[in-house]
Design a protein around this ligand. Sequence first.
Ligand SMILES: Cc1cc2nc3c(=O)[nH]c(=O)nc-3n(C[C@H](O)[C@H](O)[C@H](O)COP(=O)(O)OP(=O)(O)OC[C@H]3O[C@@H](n4cnc5c(N)ncnc54)[C@H](O)[C@@H]3O)c2cc1C
Length: 403
Amino acid sequence: MRQLPQRMSEKLYKNDYVPEETLKLRKKFRSFAEKELFPIAYELGQRRESNENFPMELFKSMAKKGFFKVPHKKKDGGMGLKYPACAAATLAEEMAYISASFSGSVNAHFLLAGMSLAQGSNYIKRNYLKPLIECEAIGAFAMTEPQSGSDVRSSSLITKATKARGGYIVSGQKRYITNAGIADYTTTLVDLNGKSCMFVIDMKSKGVRTSEPDKKLGNRGELTYDIYFDKVRVPKENLIGEVGDGLKVCLRALMYGRTGIGAGGVGMAQSAFDESVSFMNERKAFGKTISQFQHWQFLMAERAIEIENARNLYIKSGLQIDSGNQFPILESSGAKFYGSKISVDMARDAVQIFGGYGLMVELGHDKSTYKVEEIYRDSKVGEIYEGSNEIHKMVIAREIFGR
Ligand SMILES: Cc1cc2nc3c(=O)[nH]c(=O)nc-3n(C[C@H](O)[C@H](O)[C@H](O)COP(=O)(O)OP(=O)(O)OC[C@H]3O[C@@H](n4cnc5c(N)ncnc54)[C@H](O)[C@@H]3O)c2cc1C
């Protein structure tokens, strides 16, 4: 079985600026992830996508330890932390350090679905948020459609609602929706006569079905699907917020999600970095270890700075949300952009550092496995989902130059 490399972050970085509460939770979660996630991480990252591969036991175990309570208020069944967004993002880093696939599935459940349900009525919180926190139900978050992911203005959506007696009728299609095939319900962005609405829709409702899971380059343990809605009846109680609030509800949840993607990028980058340090100290060429070549020393010095910078950005984004800023644009877009970029950069370097081993899923000679190829495949999606990095640059450019 694989061994975890030495955690270089413990050696290199100070944590004084991170809230004590977050550090405590990180310690607790790290020990859980090393004990329960690490043993199944290789399988999660390698197996082809199928519903049977969803790590339900691990989800249940996370719920039992109360980890899905992290981002939520006490009155909503959450932990009631002082810095919930900061803590939730830190969990995303710790998960992605071991398995980006797992981090992707969990983030869709507890951050995207969870934080959109948290904006709903008491009825929604009681019937949908609480079971999700307890993991009596699995949640999904459906915004993207086949024709449109970056552009989710109401006028571009093909998922439409019409008013009906006691609620609404929804028809349309969503694409790449994480957890959808095994989810009990999904929060869903729809257009109602030019106004955006966010509904929570039961996946067992008549007229809802999903595709087979998508087969992907990376994040194979994060299962994504199309969802088809054919004249689905949605009770009026399942509207989150008001008619016209849909995009706002999505964006508020995405502030947590994007901060989490940035943090996940840091986790992957740190993992590729640590794997590289360990390999460089062992592997020799021309009578020296790879770690003795200045070319790689300088590159690793730069990456060490960049990874910590990305970590600082996601912590800052989390702390901004926790201080009451619902839309910390520069921090959340910056954390998402920079964390995902550094994970791709570091993964590419790590594959290069490993030479031929960098490409090995499993070496025929002795069945040994190498994590860096998985990080290389898994990191890419961070630059694409929850707003592509071009969209985040556009959002930041608006802050600089105005619309
Ligand atoms: C593994 C995975 C999991 C996902 N999970 C979910 C989920 O749970 N829920 C959900 O709703 N969605 C999910 N998505 C969808 C994801 O959020 C979208 O793929 C993403 O938002 C990009 O949308 P798109 O793929 O339609 O690309 P498009 O919007 O078609 O963009 C294509 C390219 O054009 C660029 N582009 C677009 N507009 C501009 C512009 N104005 N200026 C410059 N460049 C531009 C983009 O940056 C991108 O490079 C997931 C996707 C993946 C791959």
